[in-house]
Design a protein around this ligand. Sequence first.
Ligand SMILES: Cc1cc2nc3c(=O)[nH]c(=O)nc-3n(C[C@H](O)[C@H](O)[C@H](O)COP(=O)(O)O)c2cc1C
Length: 168
Amino acid sequence: MSFRKIDPTELPGNVIDEVCNKWMLLASGTQADFNFMTVNWGMMGELWFQPAVTVYVRHSRHTLGYMDGNETFTLTALKPGHQQALNIAGSKSGRDIDKLKETGLTAAFVDGCPTFEEAAYTIVCKKMYAAEMPEENFLDADIFAKSYPDGDLHKMYIGQIVAAYVND
Ligand SMILES: Cc1cc2nc3c(=O)[nH]c(=O)nc-3n(C[C@H](O)[C@H](O)[C@H](O)COP(=O)(O)O)c2cc1C
């Protein structure tokens, strides 16, 4: 494992395919205390003159407290062969299980932020903006009805990409 810093524009592969189809891990916290979960909803591009990502975390997620309590988060694409870890991280809560133990992943830290030895690459983000997504802001009621039948709303976090690393 060796994380090599790259420019975010040099991220390998197709990041849309990576997040939507292959899924990524969102992690936040410190070396002493962090949590992570699988995500496949996210945006990447530029905002406020910065390379930026947006992630969406439902209120029920244990990860939400970590996103609110820390200035940074990471988005990590794992190397192939870790589908079971993504399934577990995407269906079980860090409230109830030791996620590292159950997924078999090994924590690694870049710039003090949590990622994994199994990473293909990781993006380190510094929060720039966080906002609730209340029902009254939805312009299409069908989207709200389909996405939030139980009222478990998302909170959005826009992060400046402060560093990107590939794991050689
Ligand atoms: C493919 C996939 C994508 C997911 N994407 C998101 C997402 O973008 N936002 C979210 O809040 N939950 C998402 N989830 C659900 C969380 O990963 C899941 O509820 C997880 O167990 C939360 O863990 P936590 O309670 O430890 O934070 C996704 C799950 C899967 C399987």
